[in-house]
Design a protein around this ligand. Structure first.
Ligand SMILES: N=CN[C@@H](CCC(=O)O)C(=O)O
Ligand SMILES: [Zn+2]
Length: 423
């Protein structure tokens, strides 16, 4: 992600006197939360982590003053390439209307009418807003273009700003199109047009959007084209989304509000090897992450996704903002974490993990180098990307203990401290 708010970077930075450091580093096991800790960055990478009393010297020293530190948020599900406003639709929903996929068309009209300049400006502003809230790595999607030229344009613009881009041509069948003809287009020329810009493909498998059969065609064509897969599924009702995600080895199924026990078992099955005793942490093969979107659940008055049940079944969970103008007009991961703790039954550390390591797992950047040659994100360990946030609080529990308070105190992305808006 690039914004103009980054400050110049010293060769090395020591952040010391961190009262509580939630590393989310799996290899530390139960010792992943350090007290009185310090971290050293060299360029974009973490070069040292440990007790503040043992910390080496660095070119620059930041005294955290006992505040809490944690990885930057990894937001693995957003729709930030859009223009227009759907506040009236939201207000009608709060007055009793229910959410339907058809609202997507309103944003499609407004987005098609926006220039490249305006869409880029809007996207940059949204990414900067997310970064000011502690998000240091994010995915975004196409899906408001819904014709070949517009989907290509949105993918191209997204790729200039987001860390990873997902092709969601199969978001809605545009008005006046035959569903099967449109699905064919998504699977052929449109797919070819977006390929230079995207790493992932997604399909909205839901009543009012794409059927199981159409979704299967999209997933197959996109997999054959070499894209990683994800699915918008089980948002509005019990559907085929989670099942298809497992069948196709998708990296995530997102929303998951309406899951049967069989769906949960199928998702858990993809994590069997990961969860087996004695598997080396670095060598484990990731399964299908269940991505929960609490801000969306609240904004659509949907039943909250069963994050607790999923975790208890052994499924890896991510929390993401789903920032979009229809169902979740917020990029606040602090809000998602607070909701997951207060309403979805997660512990503080489980929610932090889902919003950092879980998102990285869903984007397959939890370990090693990502597709752009960048480093692992979502956890703090030597060699990982230096993405860290300090809270204006002594512990991360304050995110849920003081919900809605402006707790993001300082953010580093790839070793660069971001200039946060003054309060
Ligand atoms: N569910 C499908 N897509 C978006 C909503 C899109 C819209 O209504 O504009 C979502 O993830 O919630
Ligand atoms: Zn979405």
């Amino acid at each position: 992600m690039s914004t103009s708010t980054a400050r110049s970077t010293p060769a090395s930075t020591l952040i010391t006197n961190i009262g509580e450091l939630s590393t989310q580093d799996e290899t530390r096991g139960t010792g992943s939360v350090l007290q009185d800790a310090a971290v050293v960055f060299e360029g974009e990478r973490i070069s040292w982590i440990g007790a503040a009393s043992d910390a080496p010297a660095a070119d620059e020293m930041v005294d955290a003053g006992g505040r809490a530190g944690l990885p930057g948020w990894v937001d693995s599900h957003t729709h930030l390439v859009f223009a227009g406003d759907r506040g009236a639709e939201f207000e009608a929903r709060m007055a009793g209307e229910s959410y339907a996929a058809g609202g997507i068309a309103v944003t499609t009209n407004a987005t098609r009418a926006a220039s490249d300049y305006d869409l880029t400006r809007l996207l940059l502003a949204r990414v900067a807003e997310a970064a000011a809230g502690g998000t240091t790595y994010l995915e975004t999607k196409t899906g408001y273009g819904l014709n070949l030229e517009e989907e290509r344009r949105h993918a191209r613009i997204a790729a200039t700003v987001a860390n990873q881009v997902t092709y969601l041509g199969a978001h809605l069948v545009p008005a006046g199109s035959d569903a099967d003809d449109y699905t064919d287009l998504v699977c052929t020329e449109m797919l070819e047009a977006v390929l230079p810009y995207v790493q992932w493909a997604d399909v909205f498998c839901e009543e009012g959007a794409f059927t199981e059969d159409q979704s299967r065609r999209v997933l197959k064509a996109c997999r054959d084209a070499g894209l990683g897969l994800r699915v918008h599924g089980n948002q509005l009702g019990h559907g085929a989304g989670a099942r298809l995600a497992v069948e196709f080895g998708a990296a995530s199924v997102d929303h998951v509000n309406h899951l049967t026990d069989d769906d949960i078992d199928a998702l858990a099955g993809t994590w069997k090897e990961w969860n087996a005793d004695g598997t080396d942490a670095a060598a484990r093969v990731a399964g299908t992450v269940a991505t929960c979107l609490p801000a969306c659940d609240l904004s659509t008055r949907a039943p909250l996704a069963p994050a607790r049940k999923l975790l208890d079944a052994g499924v890896q969970v991510a929390l993401a903002s789903n920032c979009n103008p229809g169902t979740s007009h917020t990029s606040s991961m602090n809000f998602c974490v607070a909701t997951a703790v207060l309403q979805m039954g997660l512990t503080v550390q489980e929610a932090l993990r889902a919003a950092t390591f879980g998102g990285a797992l869903a984007l397959r950047v939890h370990t090693g180098e990502d597709r752009d040659g960048q480093r692992a994100v979502g956890s703090l360990a030597v060699g990982h990307r230096a993405d860290l946030q300090l809270l204006n609080a002594p512990s991360a529990a304050h995110l849920a203990y003081r919900p809605g308070m402006p707790l993001t105190g300082a953010v580093w992305r790839a070793g660069q401290q971001l200039g946060l808006p003054a309060r």
